[in-house]
Design a protein. Structure first.
Length: 162
């Protein structure tokens, strides 16, 4: 089982092969992955122009949030595959800028990008603005209620073939 972890393996096929290898025949493989079109997938796309080049052969993490992609990775080694998109309501931030401040210091991929551009204050300012705008576009506040966002993910389960 992987809850948003395996998606960060640089070689997706090798990671998928290991998931199948360690699962007993008839056992369940369960995965959660942020969708490319959801908030976290869009956040990765927003950060990409500011990020260092990925290592050779590395694949984008949000691909694990795509049903067809996971089916292709796992191939004929699975049966009874089921996938559904769901959302996580995030109510931890009072405004979009709070999200940016938190992720700059607590979320590995974001920390890495800011470290890479840290010596260029114009790029830092531009990324701050882009992430704040993204959070604002995914967020919603109603009257006296706090700012909240909906983050989409894919829940994928399958049985390892006998």
């Amino acid at each position: 089982m992987s809850c948003l972890g395996v998606m960060f393996a640089p070689n997706h096929q090798k990671a998928a092969d290991q998931l199948v290898r360690v699962c007993k025949p008839g056992g369940t493989i369960g995965l959660l992955g942020w969708t490319p079109e959801g908030f976290i997938g869009r956040m990765f796309a927003t950060m990409k122009p500011f990020a260092p080049p990925p290592p050779p052969g590395a694949q984008p993490a949000p691909l694990w949030g795509t049903e067809d992609y996971i089916r292709e990775l796992l191939g004929g080694s699975i049966t009874d595959a089921k996938a559904r998109k769901q959302t996580l309501a995030v109510r931890s931030f009072h405004q979009p800028a709070d999200f940016v401040r938190y992720f700059k210091s607590h979320y590995g991929p974001t920390i890495s990008v800011y470290k890479f551009i840290g010596e260029d204050p114009d790029k830092v300012k531009a990324l701050d603005a882009a992430l704040t705008e993204l959070a604002d576009s995914f967020g919603d506040a109603h009257g006296d209620t706090p700012f909240q966002m909906e983050w989409e993910y894919l829940l994928f389960t399958a049985k390892k073939a006998q």
